[in-house]
Design a protein around this ligand. Structure first.
Ligand code: GP9
Ligand code: MN
Length: 425
């Protein structure tokens, strides 16, 4: 019922974080590219294999003066993996404890998502992905989120050799996307979802340009190879942006959606990272994924704030000069000095600059040792904050509560306004 939203609205008010005014509106009116780096973990940044950088193009962006880079940014996905990342990034709502909200609720729920909000500010919005439109129920969820366009596999020329592992090869996908990007009325918001760096990390011979690693773990050793290929595809795309001049009036956001190497491969991770007894604490630390915001003239640098995918939307809204005061969003501006640095994982574990909780163990984040000094009260306080946020977010989704929330200046999305069928003219 409509009063169910009241306690959520109150929680938002009580926990509102004032964004960093220094960055308010610095990207106002710019085109926005959100580039989804499939399964890319932060430790690949600046990583070298056999003396060679695995991700030289991303490293370059990472270290540029006009890139805001984050080195304590975590993925927070659950079973929904990519779908949870998409949900968090564009709604600042957590994925559900089980399943993927894009699938279970994407067709029917009311959302107040980034594409719809931007659309109502005069943006054209489009998502690009080389897979079938129904995967993760994107073709329905994107309507609920207000995407004007969804360019999925049938918009791309298909050839058998264009596919590898999980779908369309990133270089071909990004290159073929440019013909559509060129036609988007500006300003636009374009999300590009790569996929080649997806388990099981297979790549055709002619695209292999770095050796596999030698941990002996077959599911791990191809990872640097596909990561290297993904990186090259980003390099090519950035070069295209420069050629067209689009780099001058666009903000480019890059993020890794979730881990590539799961906690079933601790021995291999020990070899790749040089950490002897790679354990559950290390595994939590290696949930860091890249997050970078690149724009001409942006005051950048490597920011050490702890945060995660839930915080992306409030951060971007501030940069774009959009007021987030009355939104139902569980994250907050990463650039704000008041940003709370407790990063929740979907299972209730969490990381802060001081404490890392895994199961019933509380570790010192700096030393990796079980923290014996932390009081029971402190443990309960941190843990409660995390579970409260997760469960409130679940209530919003399970109860479809955004249909009761009035967001000033925002008109509810009508799914019927959208169709992603390719016209045959
Ligand atoms: C498929 C792709 C992969 O379309 O986005 O999703 P994932 O398996 O990473 O959740
Ligand atoms: Mn994914």
């Amino acid at each position: 019922k409509s009063s169910d939203i009241d306690s959520i609205e109150k929680y938002m008010k009580d926990n509102y974080v004032q964004p960093n005014v220094e960055y308010s509106g610095v990207a106002k009116g710019k085109n926005v590219f959100v580039i989804h780096l499939e399964s890319l973990q932060q430790f690949m940044i600046d990583y070298k294999w056999q003396g060679e950088e695995v991700t030289p193009n991303l490293n370059k962006i990472y270290h540029e003066d006009d890139t805001l880079s984050f080195d304590n940014f975590f993925n927070q996905v659950g079973q929904g993996k990519t779908a949870d990342a998409e949900l968090m990034l564009e709604n600042s709502l957590f994925g559900l404890p089980e399943g993927a909200a894009m699938v279970t609720d994407g067709t029917t729920n009311t959302f107040q998502a980034a594409p719809a909000m931007l659309d109502q500010k005069g943006y054209t919005t489009a998502s690009f992905h080389g897979d079938v439109p129904s995967f993760w129920n994107r073709d329905n969820a994107y309507k609920s989120w207000g995407y004007d366009y969804f360019f999925s596999s049938n918009y791309y020329k298909q050839k058998k050799s264009y596919n590898v592992g999980y779908g369309m090869k990133d270089k071909i996908f990004l290159k073929d996307s440019t013909q559509y990007i060129e036609q988007l009325p500006q300003p636009f918001y374009a999300k590009l979802i790569t996929v080649t760096n997806h388990y099981p990390y297979t790549l055709d011979k002619k695209n292999q340009s770095i050796e596999k690693t030698d941990t002996g773990d077959k599911t791990v050793d191809g990872y640097v190879q596909t990561a290297h290929y993904l990186d090259q595809s980003i390099g090519e795309f950035m070069a295209w942006l420069k050629e067209t001049g689009l780099d001058k009036n666009s903000m480019v956001v890059l993020y890794g959606d979730h881990y590539g190497i799961s906690n079933n491969h601790k021995k291999a991770m020990a070899k790749l990272t040089g950490i002897k007894n790679f354990n559950e604490f290390n595994d939590a630390q290696y949930q860091r994924v890249p997050f970078m915001i690149h724009m001409d003239g942006l005051k950048g640098g490597i920011n050490h704030t702890y945060g995660g995918e839930i915080d992306v939307l409030p951060t971007l809204m501030n940069l774009l000069g959009m007021d987030d005061k009355n939104t139902i969003q569980f994250g907050s501006d990463l650039l704000s000095s008041e940003h709370p640095q407790t990063v929740a994982f979907r299972n209730g574990n969490f990381v802060t600059p001081d404490v890392t909780k895994v199961g019933s163990n509380y570790y010192n984040t700096k030393t990796g040792k079980v923290d014996k000094k932390i009081s029971t009260a402190e443990k309960a306080k941190l843990s409660n904050k995390v579970t409260t946020e997760l469960s409130l977010s679940d209530r919003v989704i399970n109860g479809d509560l955004l249909r009761f929330h009035k967001l000033p200046g925002f008109t509810a999305v009508n799914r019927k306004d959208f169709s992603y069928k390719k016209s045959t003219t």
